[in-house]
Write a protein that binds this ligand. Sequence first.
Ligand SMILES: Nc1ncnc2c1ncn2[C@@H]1O[C@H](COP(=O)(O)OP(=O)(O)OP(=O)(O)O)[C@@H](O)[C@H]1O
Ligand SMILES: [Mg+2]
Length: 270
Amino acid sequence: MSHCPHALEVRGASKSFGGVQAVCNADLIVRDRSIHGLIGPNGAGKTSLFNLITGLIPADAGEFRLGGEAYQPTDLINVTRLGIARTFQNIRLFPQLTVLENVLVGRLCHQSPWHSGLLGALWSGAAYRRAQEMHEQRAESLLQQVGLADQADQCAGTLSYGAQRRLEIARALATEPRLLALDEPAAGMNPVEKSALTQLIRAVATAPQGPSVLIIEHDVGMVMSLCDRITVLHQGAVLAEGTPADIQASGAVREAYLGSTEAPSAGAAR
Ligand SMILES: Nc1ncnc2c1ncn2[C@@H]1O[C@H](COP(=O)(O)OP(=O)(O)OP(=O)(O)O)[C@@H](O)[C@H]1O
Ligand SMILES: [Mg+2]
């Protein structure tokens, strides 16, 4: 048994929008150094739960711990500084900035107000330049990792859909997160891109200082092969949690997905 604290621990998270209970008393534990899947039918509350964890929307209730430390997810920037980085179901890049600049934005959360402003540049020119060089090197190596090194100077908006999703991952990694939360990173990708993405996520999660990964994904085949554990949401509540084999064997999960007793399979959710 490991004594490491969990990467993420959520207890009793709830959120309703008017009459819709989007997240209902949900628990979620992402073990340290693991890849954890979050699945469920459309409208199950997966993105809403991400939004609560990352402080994009305020929770009605819930306790949140990152690496064993309680935190209040009150705003996205703060949560990013604490060590959670995410990507979005609807890609959110700066389309007019270059690919490299988009990754450098992720580095901003590591720059002290001292070094990030004009004042810092004037006050401490050499140290500022050294820091900038270090950030650029890190950004370039992340672009290499996600296979975008050759497009570093292109505008992000000109990239293919799959490449934009990989760029979002590089930008998230640039914040050096403890937890990387990916909302449908494979959406719109073809099978070749999906398999490259699967390898990338594995490489990220197994790197020496790599983050734990929490991934929302509708391609059940991909989730089953990639994840160590899976949580299934249904109508805002946790329906099942376990290993891919546990989830595959769960009758309740089959019901939720298909309204039948067939096992969830690749592509079944969409
Ligand atoms: N900002 C919001 N305002 C009102 N209702 C919302 C809001 N965000 C989500 N909802 C509702 O909450 C429920 C859960 O939505 P959510 O986007 O979390 O589901 P999801 O599991 O991510 O679905 P999908 O697989 O389609 O992305 C839905 O009924 C949705 O309409
Ligand atoms: Mg969603």
